[in-house]
Write a protein that binds this ligand. Structure first.
Ligand code: KIV
Length: 272
């Protein structure tokens, strides 16, 4: 049973700020299609993220770099149709906002108009200041993303824990303050030491949502396919698996194959 202080008909960016102020933790999960989003929304998850992790999970790419803006819009439009309560946030994919702030705005407008989503998420701090400003000036809510930023994988070279050194930690804190000052409504912090995540959460008024950032933040996000065990090769320390769906589905499908081969399926009651 979820612990909720207040019932929300539709979670909004303001609801999240209210949750932080009243010490109610925020739940966030990914979804990339209508069916999965229907389940996630029915389970009262506060925020559904149409993450660019769809690149790995749905298309089998090694990184989030290849997914396109058109593909993100396709995923997001199914999720939006299924979401009755959750706030739907969509990742701006790599290449749709880095070149200039005008392009960042154009990409965000396409996401909002063509998918019906409620907000966008971008990776980065002060270097994307102008893009964040332009998007916010157009009335589009922005979620930030700091720490491990998978779109820059080729710059960093590994997916290991970020901001362990003082200089990077200080930049992260100042980036978080900058994103708050610009008007972002929340920030995802990915894979950083929990003591640093706590410090960031205490330094800003907007919600900090962690993934691999410990428990002293304002909410948690996971990739839903990891949580249900549909992906089974990815095993970071921060992941808690609540089921082993890969094995359960495999058994069910093996039973189907066996029933077809033995002409057990369909039986008399399963035909016309
Ligand atoms: O794309 C994604 O799934 C994300 C989460 C890991 C926060 O950005």
């Amino acid at each position: 049973m979820s612990k909720s202080n207040k019932e929300y008909k539709r979670v909004t960016t303001n609801s999240l700020i209210e949750m932080k102020a009243s010490n109610e933790k925020i739940s966030m999960l990914t979804a990339y299609d209508y069916s999965m989003a229907s389940v996630v929304d029915a389970a009262n998850v506060d925020v559904i993220l149409v993450g660019d992790s769809a690149s790995n999970v749905m298309s089998g790419h090694e990184t989030t770099v290849p997914i396109t803006l058109d593909q993100m819009i396709y995923h997001a439009s199914g999720v939006v149709k299924a979401s009755k309560r959750a706030l739907v946030v969509v990742d701006l994919p790599f290449g749709s906002y880095q070149s200039d702030a005008q392009e960042a705005l154009r990409s965000s407008i396409r996401i909002m108009k063509e998918s019906g989503a409620h907000a966008v998420k971008l990776e980065g701090g002060e270097e994307i200041e102008q893009s964040v400003t332009n998007i916010l000036n157009a009335g589009i809510p922005v979620m930030g993303h700091l720490g491990l930023t998978p779109q820059s994988i080729y710059k960093f070279g590994t997916y290991s824990v970020r901001a362990k050194e003082k200089e990077e930690a200080q930049k992260l804190i100042s980036d978080a303050k900058k994103l708050e000052e610009l008007g972002c409504f929340a920030i995802v912090l990915e894979k950083i030491p929990s003591s640093l995540a706590k410090q960031v959460a205490e330094s800003v008024h907007i919600p900090i949502i962690g993934i691999g950032a410990g428990s002293d933040v304002d909410g948690q996000v996971l990739v839903v396919h990891d949580l249900i065990g549909l992906t089974n090769a990815f095993n970071p320390r921060f992941l808690r698996r609540y089921m082993n769906l890969f094995e359960d589905m495999k058994k069910a499908i093996e039973n189907y194959v066996s029933d077809v081969k033995s002409v057990d399926f369909p039986n008399q009651n399963e035909q016309y």
